[in-house]
Design a protein around this ligand. Structure first.
Ligand code: AMP
Length: 215
């Protein structure tokens, strides 16, 4: 508090303390990995707020495109509703567009954006074009039985077509077959932090913040 040279020395803005932990000389890109229902969306939003970074979720973008009936939405709709992954080229196209936005310049929280090894490779190339690489990869670990409970509850609240039991089974299979191997890919390259995703929203959020706080 107080004044120096007639200027206020305290910012009039309320900023979350974590923002100050990063020197922000280089972008902070954080990938959230984990099965459907692990809480990536909820925790990603909280982390984005805490770090003052945009959150990008391909699932949200695609759902919006389906709702608006855009060409992207028409391409993705049937696959999404059945619980299958959409194509890698489609995903890498939207990632390229996202990274080109000025608000992505300081880093992005990527929520569920990478689901296959070709996507991981494509993302690495797109980040490298900008002199960037994934700063943190967080894996949300949770048992299948807990996932099923959460998705049943979410279906009651949000009414997502792909939270019905048949689509959930296909999504879990897609996760196991195509997305789980992505974990090892990142482990070899930059390391992965395992987050225990079972607990209250606040408990998990504290684990996430601890994982990304600079040493
Ligand atoms: P989510 O909201 O993350 O559960 O994603 C919903 C659906 O969108 C998924 O089941 C897929 O059909 C599609 N989707 C979202 N992100 C991707 C991705 N990176 N690769 C392939 N399909 C995706």
């Amino acid at each position: 508090s107080g004044e120096r040279d007639g200027l206020p020395t305290r910012s009039p803005f309320t900023v979350h303390p974590l923002i100050h932990l990063y020197a922000r000389s280089s972008p902070v890109d954080i990938l959230l990995l984990g099965p459907p229902g692990a809480g990536k969306g909820t925790q990603g939003a909280l982390l984005a707020e805490a770090l003052g970074l945009p959150k990008f979720a391909t699932g949200d973008l695609l759902r919006d495109a389906v709702k608006r009936g855009t060409p992207l939405g028409l391409q993705a709709r049937a696959l999404m509703e059945a619980g299958h992954l959409v194509g890698d080229d489609l995903i890498l196209g939207v990632v390229r567009d996202e990274l080109a936005k000025p608000e992505a310049a300081h880093g992005v929280i990527f929520d569920g954006v990478i689901r296959t090894i070709p996507q991981a490779e494509g993302m690495a190339a797109l980040l490298a074009e900008r002199g960037r690489s994934m700063t943190h990869v967080l894996f949300f670990e949770i048992a299948d039985s807990v996932i099923l409970d959460r998705l049943i509850k979410r279906r009651e609240i949000e009414g997502r077509a792909d939270d019905d039991p048949a689509a959930v089974a296909i999504r879990l299979a897609a996760y196991r077959n195509q997305t789980a191997p992505v974990l090892a890919w990142y482990e070899e390259r930059c390391g992965v932090t395992v987050i225990d995703a079972v607990g209250s929203v606040d408990e998990v959020a504290a684990r996430v913040r601890a994982a990304v706080a600079p040493a």
